[in-house]
Design a protein around this ligand. Structure first.
Ligand code: HEC
Length: 113
């Protein structure tokens, strides 16, 4: 993957650039559509704020995803698309998310600090 764009100073939202091609606002809406909040508390996403999964309110500054996967954009994208493939036995199901959708949702996850 290509990691960094050359320009660091053209916008204030460094989170945006953490996921190449990811749009946090689209990610927020997708997170709502996929009803991720049925199992998670997620800031600014409507839903049941369920507690089957951990709160995602600080997901952007955690070191690990699901306790052991380094919290980096490509890992986040893979995890969101197919959690059991990344962490066998995890209770988070695969929800049929496309690569592009996962990219946007990952971008949103990194705004949660
Ligand atoms: C059926 C309940 C359920 C749904 C629906 C669900 N998750 Fe999860 N999610 C979990 C569980 C349980 C975990 C904990 C996984 C583990 O540690 O093995 C988890 C973990 C995560 C993590 C890592 C959290 C951490 O603290 O490391 C992220 C990020 C995440 N989910 C995002 C999402 C997104 C985005 C969606 C919607 C596309 C979603 N989840 C839908 C149950 C769910």
């Amino acid at each position: 993957m290509t990691l960094v764009s050359a320009c660091h100073q053209n916008d204030a939202s460094t989170e945006t650039s953490r996921v190449a091609g990811g749009d946090p606002e689209r990610g927020r809406l997708l997170t709502q559509q996929y009803q991720c909040a049925a199992c998670h508390f997620i800031p600014n996403v409507q839903g049941a704020n369920g507690d089957a999964g951990p709160s995602l309110e600080h997901m952007g500054r955690l070191s690990y995803i699901a306790g052991g996967i380094p919290n980096q954009p490509e890992n986040m994208i893979r995890f969101l698309q197919n959690p059991p493939a990344v962490k066998p036995g995890t209770l988070m199901p695969a929800l049929g998310i496309s690569d592009e959708e996962a990219r946007h949702m990952a971008a949103y996850m990194y705004t949660l600090r």
